[in-house]
Design a protein around this ligand. Structure first.
Ligand SMILES: Nc1nc2c(ncn2[C@@H]2O[C@H](COP(=O)(O)OP(=O)(O)OP(=O)(O)O)[C@@H](O)[C@H]2O)c(=O)[nH]1
Ligand SMILES: [Mg+2]
Length: 206
């Protein structure tokens, strides 16, 4: 029997506790936004199958716990990941400063071919913003990564974020090109992202 999908993507979601990892994955799998904060214990799984460029993709999200006591456990979950979303909240400078910790973990425990995206959450809380878009973009640029801001509450850019990640995962797999390990800045989330999506080594992802 033919598989019900063309690609199976394991996407690990990491970042400090409270930045909105669970809200993001739940929003993407079309569950309602929850205003209560119920910290994830260990890990949760969510999945959704989407159609992207005529391909069926089964996405399995590994929604990890951000609390410090789960750190060593989280490192075990990176094995076999095809993509990782490293999240911080634009309202929480500490969570932004901790991005480098998460990047180090990804580099240490993930395959070289993993696709990484930096995600600034809680975009709807613009009045409480303490990490400017420019600062976050500069940081991502310095690591040759793409940065996307979104709101799981208002659902702004959530779809775009996941599709951007998936396009790069597909492109990397199709080309079996180990040089393509990450994606770089694509400032405007709307519009035709496939045209602007670039890889670290300046090759296009799509
Ligand atoms: N206003 C606003 N609140 C959000 C958003 N995303 C998440 N939150 C809130 O932030 C709190 C924490 O969200 P979670 O998704 O549980 O955070 P988490 O990163 O999964 O936290 P851990 O599981 O402890 O690692 C909750 O009260 C959410 O309702 C958002 O986009 N906008
Ligand atoms: Mg959570």
């Amino acid at each position: 029997m033919a598989a019900a999908f063309d690609y199976l993507c394991k996407i690990v979601v990491v970042g400090e506790s409270g930045v909105g990892k669970t809200a993001l994955t739940q929003r993407f799998v079309q569950k309602p936004f929850c205003t209560d904060f119920l910290p994830t214990i260990g890990i949760d799984f969510q999945s959704r199958t989407i159609n992207l460029d005529d391909k069926q993709l089964k996405l399995v999200f590994w929604d990890t716990a951000g609390q410090e006591n789960f750190r060593s456990l989280v490192n075990n979950y990176f094995r076999g990941a095809t993509g990782v979303l490293i999240c911080f909240a634009i309202t929480n400078y500490e969570s932004f400063k901790n991005l480098s910790y998460w990047l180090e973990q990804v580099h240490q425990y993930c395959s070289l071919e993993i696709v990484i995206l930096i995600v600034g959450t809680k975009l709807d809380l613009e009045s409480e913003r303490c990490v400017s878009q420019e600062e976050a973009e500069l940081y991502a640029q310095s690591k040759n990564l793409q940065y996307i801001e979104l709101s799981s509450k208002s659902d702004d850019h959530v779809q775009h974020c996941i599709e951007t990640l998936c396009k790069c995962i597909i492109a990397r797999r199709d080309r079996s090109d180990t040089a393509v390990t990450s994606i770089t800045l694509d400032k405007k989330p709307e519009k035709d992202s496939s045209k602007t999506l670039m890889c670290y080594d300046a090759q296009t992802c799509s």
